[in-house]
Design a protein around this ligand. Structure first.
Ligand SMILES: Nc1nc2c(ncn2[C@@H]2O[C@H](COP(=O)(O)OP(=O)(O)OP(=O)(O)O)[C@@H](O)[C@H]2O)c(=O)[nH]1
Ligand SMILES: [Mg+2]
Length: 1118
């Protein structure tokens, strides 16, 4: 980058009114990076001939090879429109669903977005997702309908048909926006009404009943600015590869001169059902009804269609020349002679309707500058968790002003948000890069050299007193003047020091923070506070001592992000996107930086992708483990979505969003972060365990009730009952702790499916609820926002609606805990008679009536029950996977006092049952002894009761273990099932490959949900679900089978119960007849379960050789 343009950008950074921070968003392959190329070419960074082919912002090798973007990257561009100069901080984002977290990081830093839609494919799942993300972050979108050339060349539509097609696409996009808008308005309305009602209650002025008209609010709300419409100037029609694009303003201007119609009139009528009455020279309405060509078709599309016809389809040289002269375009002879008509086409188009002009103009006019940041957005960014903005400390609320004014005065606090960390090669940093010399510097050096040459000559004449130098030395010191000498020596020394560093110690990768300044000026070397996500400004403002979640760091260097390159800066004022060096120690993935402790941390980024694909990783050579650990740490920091963890088994596990993401992470680890050979396990597929209602029919669809059960030969109910365990026929499990002091009775029940999915969806809310409960238990009071309370009440009401029936009477009020990890989709119910403990809803106020309030005391050891439940739900008995959709109801819970005589008896029994433990009972000793301590058996029998508990460890621990075991047995007493994670995939395919699409789906246990034909094309859209377990290699197989014509996008959607029972063996006569005694037909869930068990090193019940006499070698088998 030339110095002059750098200076210009630095100057422009100081004028927030002319800055636009924007990102390009779209579904995968809709042409974001190609469009970015066209914009980058306007700044001379790449040649305009290569624009659209180079994909400059896809700087990684794998991005170029695969042809998809994987990391979002930013570039600053300069644009002049008339006398106004603008600075555009442009971020290109990936469209592949695996990398949607990169979109979230980009959107947070921007004020506006260009949404690109492929004219053929229309609105796709990711288009909807990005529109929603833009909406949630309150940033304004503009639309580019790209690839219009495909309508001409591929689909061969007429201009009229293309118009109808484009109209439909606009409708689709607006429908998505409309839905978002409606839901927001209705929500706001509901909130306002509630607030009003509360106020009324407070002032006790009750008015009569009111009838709310919900649609009234929708009509009142102004949505005119919201929708995409060409006459609003927020839509550009383009073909990025051919280099053309236009908004209707451009055509309005062209034709207003030609036809003498006012530009404003044309602007309103160019898009829509208007036509030109040639005789009357008037624009009239109702083109469709009268069978006339719309103005847009006649004046705009027809021109483009005839150009394509002349240049690409017919290659009519004469006509081309005519068109060229009429457009006033100048062409080079080599373009005219080129064998590829596309070259000629883009040469003409890029002069006639350059896409960059149309897009940049729209961006500058329609997207907001940082100054226009909405107050609502600021409040949302600052209100973390359950807190309300107006409950924040006063100093914090004052910061809102700094945000809104975009102030960059000396006293204004600096507020920076870091949305991700990215790694660059240390050698590529500007301070380590050799800078090409500017003209002035070269001239200066030339002068110096001449002078030295003259000096040395003069010296030579005087005599050979001057020591001789080698030519290289002379070159090295070319620019040394005696006055500069000292500085240079220092510089040299520092260089030598660096060189002498051993190679291994050198950091190859440096982390740069991808950030934006929201207030104040960031200066190089400035010290700032790093605010963790849990930081509370109120705490910092009230106490002087150490504050949790607050640390300090120095911004060692600031960079201007220029795609593949970085430029060093001294300071960056408010409203700009920048890179910050030197934060790798203090910031993991994202953070808020500020000079003011009153600043709250920003709300966390909302990621749409769920990391689901996990693999275990190990180095090829075990000695390289430390390198791998370090590499994984770096990878974790460099990727917003990847998770790195060490499992209890000691495995290093990497969790990614999908197959492509996994591949990229592995490549990064191998080539950049660890630089060692690694081997990755097969993807570890997550499962869930659940119970279902007992079946009413058997496997051959016979009613079970009437069947005469055959003696259970195969189903061995091993060791279900023992001295401490009792399982009754109804599935109630009673378990006693080893010391016989406590007994729990538990029953497992399946939760209705709607409840499970509701709990899953509400995980965040339940976490908040849990936090609130925790603070209540600690006696702290928390100012909970109205919205959170509403949400909690909403969740409770929904649960009450869903849990109907005798079995669930009062169940919601008796919820003891959720699990695993206190937020999962399993419920612990308190059905213990006479134990009234506060439920999880205690923050909502009294659940029981005032009279009973006294009874609401938490019993001792209550926590152990919860812990046991958490453990049990974390790893189930089938294959140690988490449980889902199971309700454990504790029906009895007794703790006996240790001195009771009844207990002594049971202790005697117990000592028989646990023969090995006998010897640990020591007479008269109040000391705690470890199990297995050697002591005489005679002494043991006379041991006092009080100390007996100790030999089994603390009672709480025993109770945890007993509770866990009881839950597991209760679970096993019900029909158990495995649940698989499902992906949804939307596939677009042409009719001729449809058969093969179904073939691949069928083979992988996919299920087609629906199929429809895309209007105006010969494409089918197929929506299907597919188990994650079957998805590996799916995309590849798909591409191969359909010759690359269809490529699916897999998005995690839900968990599904596999209907087959993994423990199933034939039990009825019919089943025997149908399946045979061995019943060795494929049992999918058993296969999955055994695979997991084998991976975890658990016992797998399998017959390796059955009928040994029948074994034959393969050769004979032919
Ligand atoms: N016919 C046609 N093809 C285009 C046009 N724009 C882009 N393409 C092609 O579409 C493909 C994808 O383009 P990209 O720019 O990489 O798409 P992207 O949206 O950046 O894709 P991701 O970053 O992977 O989401 C490339 O092969 C482009 O050549 C266009 O206007 N017309
Ligand atoms: Mg791209």
């Amino acid at each position: 980058m030339g110095l002059s343009s750098l200076d210009k950008i630095i100057a422009l950074q100081r004028n927030p009114a002319n800055i636009r921070n924007l990102c390009i968003l779209a579904h995968v392959d809709h042409g974001k990076t190609t469009l970015a190329d066209c914009l980058v070419a306007t700044n001379g960074i790449i040649s305009s001939r290569l624009a659209g082919k180079l994909r400059y912002l896809d700087s990684r090798e794998d991005e170029q090879i695969r042809g998809i973007t994987m990391k979002s990257s930013a570039i600053s561009l300069h644009y002049r429109n008339g006398d106004q100069e603008y600075l555009l901080n442009l971020i290109d984002s990936p469209g592949h669903v695996d990398f949607s977290s990169e979109v979230s990081t980009a959107v947070r830093l921007c004020d506006g977005a260009i949404v690109v839609v492929d004219a053929v494919e229309g609105v796709c799942p990711q288009t909807q997702a990005v529109l929603r993300q833009a909406w949630l972050e309150n940033i304004r979108p503009v639309l580019v309908i790209n690839k219009i050339d495909r309508l001409i060349v591929e689909l061969k539509l007429t201009s009229q048909e293309a118009y109808a097609h484009l109209q439909k696409i606009l409708e689709q996009v607006n429908a998505v926006t409309g839905t978002l808008f409606t839901s927001k308005v209705l929500k706001e309305r509901a909130e306002e009404d509630e607030e009003e009602e509360e106020k009324k209650k407070d002032s006790k002025t009750l008015s009569g009943d009111q009838v709310y008209d919900w649609s009234a609010r929708l009509e009142e709300a102004d949505d005119s600015q919201l929708y995409f419409s060409p006459d609003q100037g927020n839509v550009v029609f383009a073909s990025a590869t051919d280099g053309w694009g236009f908004s209707i303003q451009q055509f309005a201007q062209i034709y207003s001169q030609k036809m003498g119609i006012k530009a404003e009139v044309l602007l309103k009528t160019l898009w829509g059902d208007f036509y030109l009455n040639a005789k009357a020279k008037k624009i009239m309405k109702g083109a469709q009804a009268k069978g006339k060509k719309q103005l847009f078709v006649q004046l705009v599309l027809d021109n483009i269609w005839s150009l394509y016809d002349a240049v690409v389809t017919r290659r009519d040289k004469e006509k081309v020349e005519k068109v060229v002269t009429s457009l006033g375009v100048k062409l080079l002879a080599r373009d005219l002679r080129h064998s590829d008509p596309k070259v000629l086409l883009s040469a003409i188009c890029s002069q006639w309707l350059p896409v960059s002009q149309a897009v940049l103009l729209m961006v500058c006019e329609k997207l907001p500058s940082p100054l226009e940041i909405a107050a609502a957005r600021v409040e949302k960014l600052m209100s973390v968790g359950a807190r309300r903005f107006d409950s924040l400390p006063e100093q914090t609320q004052e910061l809102k002003r700094a945000f809104l004014q975009c102030s960059s005065g000396a006293n204004d606090p600096l507020i920076v948000f870091v949305s991700k960390m990215f790694a660059v090669d240390t050698k590529a940093l500007p301070q380590n890069r050799q800078r090409p010399l500017t003209h002035e510097e070269m001239a200066q050096r030339r002068d110096l050299a001449r002078q030295r040459h003259a000096d040395s000559r003069a010296a030579d004449h005087k005599g050979p007193t001057h020591s001789e130098r080698t030519p290289q030395e002379a070159g090295d010191t070319l620019n040394l003047r005696s006055s500069d000498m000292d500085g240079c020596v220092c510089q040299m020394e520092s260089l030598t020091l660096k060189d002498s560093k051993p190679e291994e110690e050198e950091e190859h990768q440096t982390f740069i923070a991808f950030a934006r300044v929201f207030s104040g000026v960031a200066k190089k070397g400035q010290r700032v506070f790093v605010l963790g996500p849990k930081y509370d400004p109120a705490q910092a403002l009230s106490c002087v001592s150490e504050v949790p979640h607050l640390s300090c760091c120095t911004m060692e260097s600031l960079y201007l992000l220029m795609g593949r390159e970085l430029e060093e800066l001294e300071e960056v004022p408010v409203g700009n996107v920048l890179g910050i060096g030197g934060l790798e120690v203090s910031v993991l993935k994202s953070a808020t930086l500020s000079t003011s402790p009153a600043c709250p941390p920003f709300i966390p980024l909302n990621f749409e992708a769920t990391p689901i694909v996990r693999v275990a990783i190990e180095p090829k050579h075990p000695s390289e483990m430390p390198k791998l650990v370090r590499g994984m740490r770096l990878l974790n920091q460099a990727d917003p979505c990847a998770e790195v963890l060490i499992q209890e088994t000691g495995e290093h596990v990497l969790v990614t969003a999908g197959e492509v993401h996994l591949q990229r992470c592995l490549d990064d680890l191998r080539d950049r972060f660890a630089k060692i050979e690694i081997s990755a396990s097969k993807p570890i597929i997550p499962f869930r365990e659940t119970v279902v209602r007992p079946p009413k029919v058997d496997m051959v669809n016979e009613d079970l009730g009437k069947q005469h059960k055959i003696a259970i030969i195969h189903q061995v109910k091993e060791g279900r009952s023992s001295a401490t365990l009792h399982v009754d026929s109804g599935g109630l499990v009673t378990l006693t702790t080893p010391n016989r002091l406590a007994t729990v009775s538990i029953r497992a029940m399946p939760l209705p499916q709607e409840v499970t999915s509701l709990l899953e969806r509400s995980a965040e809310l339940i976490r908040t609820l849990e936090q609130i409960n925790m603070s209540l238990r600690e006696g702290k009071s928390l100012d909970i926002s109205h919205r959170t309370l509403e949400a909690i009440i909403g969740l409770k009401t929904q649960l009450e609606i869903l849990l109907q029936g005798r079995k669930w009477r009062n169940a919601v009020d008796r919820v003891w805990a959720f699990g695993p990890r206190r937020i999962g989709p399993n419920i612990l119910l308190n059905s213990v008679e006479g134990y009234q403990r506060p439920s999880v809803w205690q923050c909502l106020g009294r659940v029981v009536k005032a009279g009973e309030a006294g009874a609401q005391v938490i019993r001792d050891l209550d926590n152990s029950i919860v812990s046991g439940f958490q453990l049990a739900t974390l790893a189930g008995p089938m294959c140690e996977e988490p449980l889902m959709g199971v309700c454990f109801s504790v029906e009895k819970w007794d703790i006996q006092s240790p001195a009771s005589p009844q207990h002594q008896d049971s202790l005697e029994e117990d000592s028989i049952a646990h023969g090995t433990l006998e010897d640990s009972k020591v007479e008269g000793s109040s000391e705690t002894l470890e199990e297995g301590a050697t002591a005489g058996p005679i002494q043991a029998r006379r041991r006092p009761e009080a100390a007996s508990a100790d030999c089994y460890g603390p009672v709480s621990g025993q109770l945890i273990a007993a509770m866990k075991e009881a839950c597991r047995h209760a679970f096993q007493a019900q029909p158990q099932r495995l649940m698989v994670a499902m992906y949804t995939c939307e596939i677009m395919a042409t009719a001729d490959v449809l058969g093969r699409v179904y073939g691949v789906l069928g083979k992988r246990e996919g299920r087609v949900l629906h199929e429809e034909m895309k209007e105006g094309t010969d494409m089918f859209i197929i929506k299907a679900v597919l188990p994650v377990a079957e998805s590996f290699g799916f995309a590849d197989e798909f591409r191969k089978k359909t010759s690359g014509l269809a490529s699916p996008q897999l998005v995690f959607s839900h968990w599904e119960v596999i209907s087959s029972d993994p423990y199933w063996v034939p039990t009825t006569e019919e089943e025997y007849l149908h399946f045979g005694e061995k019943a060795d037909s494929a049992n999918q869930s058993l296969k999955y379960m055994n695979a997991v068990r084998r991976r975890k090193g658990l016992y797998v019940e399998e017959k390796i050789v059955e009928h040994a006499e029948k074994q034959r070698t393969l050769g004979k088998n032919k």
